[in-house]
Design a protein around this ligand. Structure first.
Ligand code: MG
Length: 312
């Protein structure tokens, strides 16, 4: 079995996680959370979103978060940007990397950004070159690559075509995303193989959701194909926007534990990461879905009980 020696975890908890949480998290808690993730060894992190607070009230403090976080050398911090205005605000708030987003299925794209796929790509022509001219790197999320909540199946050739278009625009990486968590390992191999045949591996990341429990299996397939960037959210923050109560984002500690177990390095301290997620669970006000986190907390509770028992 051939696996990459090292993998980059692209942490999306502070943005993709918190934007889907019901509770409004105070800015100071968000900053503490981001600092804790960086202290755990995360080197690529999406910290917020400059999408209008009308759509994402949870991240209305994007400028304050951007200005409030420490930015140690070697840590790349990114923010989601919907349009030229969002880009300008992100730049004014000190962001050096942004991410744009669109869907591989027409209906999801229309509902999410109120534009057709063609119109969205045309709008990117006004955002991406301008960002690049300011020496700002641009990442892209391509949603619904493995299934659409409105249309069902998504044509893999359409996925490939859009990834190529995004690359031509100068986006350094496209995150091939399973927005509703329906991908299975065989489908992952099919879609990613087609993408990799056209676009060099270093420009591809994967973004799986664990809605049906297949995220790690899909990551494993991506690794065997040579993909070395995996998106994940600490603790599995965020839930699934299409299925209330269901899991959404793959939990960072779950994928990091699997990688380390297989001898693949990430540069992340799993204990510190788990501690950051434990704190996040307190400020979102509910248990987080990460399996590794649950096991870790269970072990801690057992050790505490034993210690109390032993001392009485
Ligand atoms: Mg996600």
């Amino acid at each position: 079995m051939k696996l990459p020696a090292a993998v980059t975890i692209y942490e999306v908890g502070p943005r993709d996680g918190l934007q889907n949480e019901a509770r409004q998290v105070p800015t100071s808690d968000k900053i503490r959370f981001i600092d804790a993730l960086v202290a755990a060894g995360i080197r690529d992190i999406e910290i917020t979103s400059f999408v209008s607070p009308k759509w994402i009230p949870q991240l209305a403090d994007a400028a304050e978060v951007s200005r409030g976080v420490a930015r140690p050398t070697g840590v790349r911090m990114s923010a989601l940007v919907p349009n030229r205005r969002g880009l300008d605000t992100a730049l004014a708030s000190g962001m050096k990397e942004i991410a744009v987003f669109m869907s591989a299925s027409e209906t999801h794209n229309k509902k999410n950004v109120n534009r057709t796929i063609r119109e969205t790509l045309a709008a990117f022509d006004e955002v991406v070159p301008h960002a690049l001219a300011q020496k700002v790197s641009v990442r892209a999320y391509l949603s619904t690559c493995f299934g659409c909540p409105y249309e069902g199946d998504v044509d893999p050739d359409r996925v490939v075509e859009i990834v190529e278009r995004l690359r031509d625009l100068g986006v350094y990486q496209v995150s091939v995303s399973d927005t509703i968590g329906v991908a299975n390992p065989a489908q992952t191999e099919d879609v990613l193989s087609r993408v990799i045949a056209k676009v060099p591996l270093e420009h591809i990341a994967v973004h799986f959701h664990d809605t049906q429990g297949t995220a790690l299996a899909n990551c494993f397939v991506a690794l065997t194909l040579g993909v070395t960037t995996i998106d994940a959210a600490a603790g599995g923050l965020g839930g699934c926007p299409y299925a209330p109560g269901a899991s959404g984002n793959l939990a960072t500690e779950d994928v990091v534990a699997m990688l380390h177990g297989m001898g693949v390095t990430t540069g992340i301290d799993l204990d510190k990461l788990t501690e950051a997620s434990r704190t996040a669970a307190t400020f979102v006000g509910h248990e987080l879905p990460s399996k590794y986190l649950k096991a870790h907390l269970g072990k801690q509770a057992r050790a505490r009980r034993r210690a109390e028992h032993g001392s009485s």
